[in-house]
Design a protein around this ligand. Structure first.
Ligand code: AGP
Length: 616
């Protein structure tokens, strides 16, 4: 998705803006641009299609300097990736960068054209530049002009705006798209993600929806809207960003994704840290109101997108089996537009790595608005402290995965699963489940990071197998029970980074249709942990073999499955059935990664995809 960086400092801010853009590259984008106030009344601008490196080349041929500027990486929504459509957009003395979508841009555009404004792009953003320019003539001052302009906007936006006649300030606005303010002794900065600004500060103000901010090199003043709809200065807490900046480097690894796959033993240990007692989960460690909230929960609506949705699907098996609490899992973009029936005692549990996914946030808000009396509350499982989802939920459980830069989610997923297992066990404790199984699972969870480390030893074996896999055009993934969502996740990983078409099915569903696809050119990846469904899964594998399908099976050493003609078996370290979904995720991540490397795709920034999907 698009990324914003803006700065006002006491020195040339171009290096800060460019470093910020590079740090936002992971979000996915197709063009980049920058605008600076070069002297009072003079705006300089450079925009380029493609990577930030291309913009850098443009700037080294024609450098820009200034104490104030805005910069942007654009992920096209309205209008193709082109120089004209790249941000910043300029109108008179105003330059604007924007994340989000202006839904009423067509009506505004007609109005502005009638007023004599000339449009040079196909974007929705350009209306904002012209609106601010028009309001500046009325109000004579940037903050008031931006305030008046945003009152006309419908949709979602984060904005950074500069005025060539006021080189001492940047104005920002937030409504539905994330925007943070970074504060240091040298200046003040805006970013769509704190990661963009970690080289200049670790102190951030997280803006709330409806906020405007005026940033000068001495600091910032935030203007919020009070209950009566009046805009006035508000105090927003300044928070220190917790993560070590080293965590955003690639280290010894060729790609972020591989680094993040190998970080999983530590990430999962961090997700467990301080939350396990000797034979039970420490519910108080989830937050002061956790015991009351989970104790009153009678059912759960679990809502998420993409990989996070798959984590929710696994959790349904755990929560129903371990706590006996009914659990419904739904894709956020569907939940938000449905007339959801939430019986009394419903907990809305949202899952998100970023905490800024537009559909998941909208589902949370939709639920709160529609049937507040029936929801006992909202719980977010999230990786980004201070994100919108965390701030707007009653309770949040941080996954502590650390920054995840690769677009394909890996450690965020396994730490979500770990956190969900803690929630399932907490519910079990509060809803009277027998203590022996709880104690056994707590013991196994302590051992989980080691088990994941052992599983990663399969890296070399899977890399070798990937060579034979890379020429296939389609793949089918099979699993049963809680491994079925893991099959879905394996298929998603393969398709998003290698561009091989992949589908996943519950193995028992094979004969109801997908079996028709099976022949020698269709590899089938199956997950075979030692659980009560292993014999049924073996029968499903026979159905594939009998039709000449090529099997790659990730199997428990005790499963009895052995290598044979048409069937490659990779032995995964033995583990208990409840934790097997977490363990079996790792070989599928490694398979997708190595196949993508053989195919030469852009592993960390796959085509057309964005890390944080902040538009609908
Ligand atoms: C995962 O590999 C994907 N990149 C994507 O499906 C992602 O999980 C989804 O967009 C949800 O993101 P979130 O967890 O930040 O809400």
């Amino acid at each position: 998705m698009c990324g914003i960086v803006a700065a006002v400092g006491s020195d040339n801010v171009l290096p800060i803006l460019m470093e910020g853009l590079k740090r936002l590259e992971y979000r996915g984008y197709d063009s980049a641009g920058v605008a600076l106030v070069e002297a009072p009344g003079k705006l300089g601008r450079a925009r380029e299609v493609g990577k930030v490196a291309a913009l850098e080349r443009l700037l080294s041929a024609a450098p820009l300097t200034g104490l104030t500027g805005v910069a942007h990486t654009r992920w096209a929504t309205h209008g193709e990736p082109s120089q004209d459509n790249a941000h910043p957009h300029v109108s008179g003395r105003i330059a604007v960068v924007h994340n989000g979508i202006i839904e009423n841009h067509q009506a505004l555009k007609a109005e502005l054209i009638a007023d004599g404004y000339v449009f040079t792009s196909a974007t929705d953003t350009e209306v904002v530049a012209h609106l601010v320019e028009r309001e500046l003539k009325v109000h004579g001052e940037l903050l008031a002009a931006v305030g008046a302009a945003v009152s006309r906007l419908e949709g979602a936006y984060a904005l950074g705006v500069i005025d060539a006649d006021r080189p001492d300030r940047v104005v920002g606005a937030r409504h539905g798209s994330p925007l943070v303010v970074g504060i240091s002794d040298q200046g003040c900065y805006l970013g769509s993600d704190p990661l963009a600004l970690l080289t200049v500060t670790d102190r951030f103000v997280y803006l709330e929806d409806g906020d405007l901010v005026e940033a000068t090199r001495k600091g910032c003043v935030v203007h919020g809207v009070d209950a009566a709809g009046i805009r006035q200065p508000v105090v927003r807490e300044v928070l220190r960003y917790e993560h070590d900046d080293q965590a955003v480097g690639k280290g010894e690894f060729e790609h972020y994704m591989l680094k993040e796959i190998h970080e999983q033993p530590v990430a999962v240990a961090n997700a467990l840290e301080g939350r396990l007692g000797s034979d039970q989960v420490l519910i108080e460690a989830f937050g002061p109101q956790a015991r009351q909230l989970l104790g009153r929960t009678r059912q759960i609506h679990l809502v998420a997108c993409g990989t996070s949705y798959h984590a929710g699907m696994v959790a349904r098996y755990w929560i129903e089996a371990l706590a006996g609490v009914p659990c419904q899992v739904e894709i956020a973009s569907e939940y938000r537009y449905r007339d959801v029936v939430a019986p009394p005692g419903t907990l809305l549990l949202t899952l998100s790595q970023s905490g800024e996914t537009a559909d998941t946030l909208a589902a949370l808000r939709h639920a709160r608005k529609r049937q507040e009396e029936n929801y006992v509350g909202t719980l977010a499982i999230c990786n980004v402290p201070g994100s919108s989802l965390v701030r707007e939920s009653d309770l949040s459980l941080m996954t502590h995965a650390g920054p995840e830069i690769g677009v394909a989610s890996t450690k965020a997923f396994t730490t979500q699963l770990t956190s969900l297992m803690l929630v399932a066990l907490a519910l079990r404790q509060l809803h009277g489940g027998d203590r022996d199984l709880t104690a056994r699972l707590v013991h196994r969870l302590r051992y989980l990071p080691t088990l994941l480390g052992d599983t990663l030893q399969l890296d070399g074996e899977i890399a070798a197998l990937a060579k034979g896999f890379a020429d296939y055009r389609h793949t089918l993934f099979l699993g049963r029970g809680a491994q079925m969502p893991i099959a879905l996740e394996g298929a998603l990983k393969l398709k998003e980074i290698s561009y091989i078409h992949a589908e996943a099915y519950p193995a028992g569903e094979l004969k109801h249709g997908p079996l028709a696809l099976i022949d020698g050119s269709m590899p089938v990846v199956a997950l075979a942990p030692m659980d009560e469904l292993i014999d049924k899964l073996k029968s499903n594998l026979q159905e594939v073999r009998a039709r000449g399908g090529q099997l790659l099976v990730f199997a428990d050493p005790e499963s009895g499955l052995e290598q044979e003609e048409g069937m490659t078996v990779v032995k995964v370290p033995g583990c208990c059935r409840f934790l097997a979904p977490i363990v079996y995720t790792l070989p599928l991540q490694l398979l997708a990664y190595h196949v993508a490397v053989v195919r030469g795709t852009d592993v960390d920034q796959p085509r057309n995809l964005a890390k944080s999907v902040t538009v609908e």
